[in-house]
Design a protein around this ligand. Structure first.
Ligand SMILES: [Zn+2]
Length: 149
């Protein structure tokens, strides 16, 4: 077969979309606590007692509605971590830095956040949040978790 293939065209464009995201009741309360009080709220399950952070409206363990709150942390233990060496679009920090999975004191689940690129950040180490001076009601109101030495 010797059929002529159509030439494919290509258009390059940059698209930017501005949008607002509604946090909802549960995440909204969590973010307000970070911004206004510098505290970390978890949701408490009346069904099985699970304390979840970030908070959920439903318990992942038993499916019950989670409507009660409990303050957790601020310290926690590193459950896992990953080092980021190369920059990428949308990176939360300038590389190198670390992603950490932190189990806050009093919580049964872990929260994914950031840590400095410090060899002291490893599994089992106690870390504490470093809050920003100016908070906006975002998870980034916690700059990152730093190891306690
Ligand atoms: Zn439950």
């Amino acid at each position: 077969m010797d059929e002529a293939q159509p030439e494919l065209g290509q258009v390059e464009a940059v698209r930017r979309n501005s949008y607002a995201w509604s946090t909802g009741e549960i995440t909204g309360a969590f973010l307000e606590a970070l911004r206004d009080r510098g505290t970390i709220l978890a949701s408490l399950c009346r069904g099985c007692g699970t304390v979840a952070v970030p908070p959920n409206s439903f318990c992942e363990a038993c499916g019950s509605t989670m409507r009660d709150w409990r303050e957790v942390g601020p310290r926690g233990v590193v459950m896992s971590w990953a080092r980021v060496e190369a920059p990428f679009d949308g990176a939360p920090l300038e590389a190198p830095f670390r992603y950490v999975l932190v189990r806050l004191a009093g919580a049964d689940t872990s929260i994914l956040h950031l840590a400095p690129d410090d060899d002291a950040v490893r599994i089992g180490v106690t870390v504490a949040p470093e809050f920003r001076e100016e908070r906006t009601g975002s998870i980034t109101d916690i700059k990152w978790f730093v190891p306690e030495v």
